[in-house]
Design a protein around this ligand. Structure first.
Ligand code: SF4
Length: 226
């Protein structure tokens, strides 16, 4: 058999396996599976690796700059996100945009936003460990494709789902962590800030203001040294 035929057989077997990815969580999604976010989004929109695929309207993959230096990762889509196919829309998303804008950051230029789970859990419940495990390889591919300088993890479920750290968000918010060679900071979820509107010193909104200024300073430092 010529080496060209051998090579084409190799290609075929790979693409068959790739076609099966959205059908079963046991099919691995290896690093480098997707060439771009469009290919990944196509799989997410036909995916049934977990039962959340049965009830979604749209898979919610991400939005923002695909080469952003900052990636914001949340837990899972809510109702607005499921309807629009975009993460962090509605009141939480508007507040997140305001928080970013307060230090001259925007999703157009500096930030890409995604969730661990791409499909909405019924009644906005927390995704189960199995659902998180089924969907996480898509997120790993998104992180590889965007290759951000830093990752902001919004809320305790995102922190636990990604780093395995089970500490409460009030304990670890604002701390820089290293995960898989990447700089990460846990921050409050915007929906938590909506429920806690006080801006008093020490209140969640005040703490978020400290954290986002630290993120801005770190980004400036990285840019200056690169
Ligand atoms: S949540 Fe993720 S793994 Fe589950 S069906 Fe949706 S895209 Fe697939």
């Amino acid at each position: 058999m010529s080496s060209e035929i051998q090579l084409s057989l190799f290609d075929n077997s790979n693409s068959d396996q790739q076609d099966l990815i959205p059908t079963d969580a046991k099919i691995p999604i290896t690093s480098g599976t997707y060439n771009n976010m469009t290919e990944l989004a196509q799989h997410c929109n036909q995916c049934h690796r977990c039962s959340l695929g049965d009830t979604r309207t749209h898979a919610v993959v991400g939005r923002g700059n695909l080469q952003a230096p900052i990636m914001v990762i949340g837990e899972a889509p809510g109702q607005n996100e499921d309807e629009t196919g975009l993460p962090f829309v509605g009141r939480s998303g508007q507040l997140l945009e305001k928080i970013l804008a307060s230090v001259n950051l925007s999703t157009e230029n500096d930030v890409y936003i995604a969730n661990i789970n791409k499909c909405r859990p019924p009644n906005n419940r927390v995704p189960t460990l199995d659902e998180i495990a089924a969907c996480k390889p898509y997120l790993w591919e998104q992180i590889r494709l965007v290759n951000p300088k830093m990752i902001l993890l919004t809320g305790a479920t995102a922190v636990k789902g990604i780093t395995g750290d089970k500490r409460g968000i009030t304990k670890i918010r604002g701390q820089w962590l290293e995960w898989e060679g990447r700089l990460c900071m846990p921050i409050f979820h915007p929906s938590y800030l909506l429920r806690n509107p006080s801006k008093e010193k020490g209140a969640p909104k005040w703490l978020m203001w400290q954290d986002i200024q630290a993120v801005r300073a770190k980004l400036d430092e990285i840019r200056k040294n690169s």
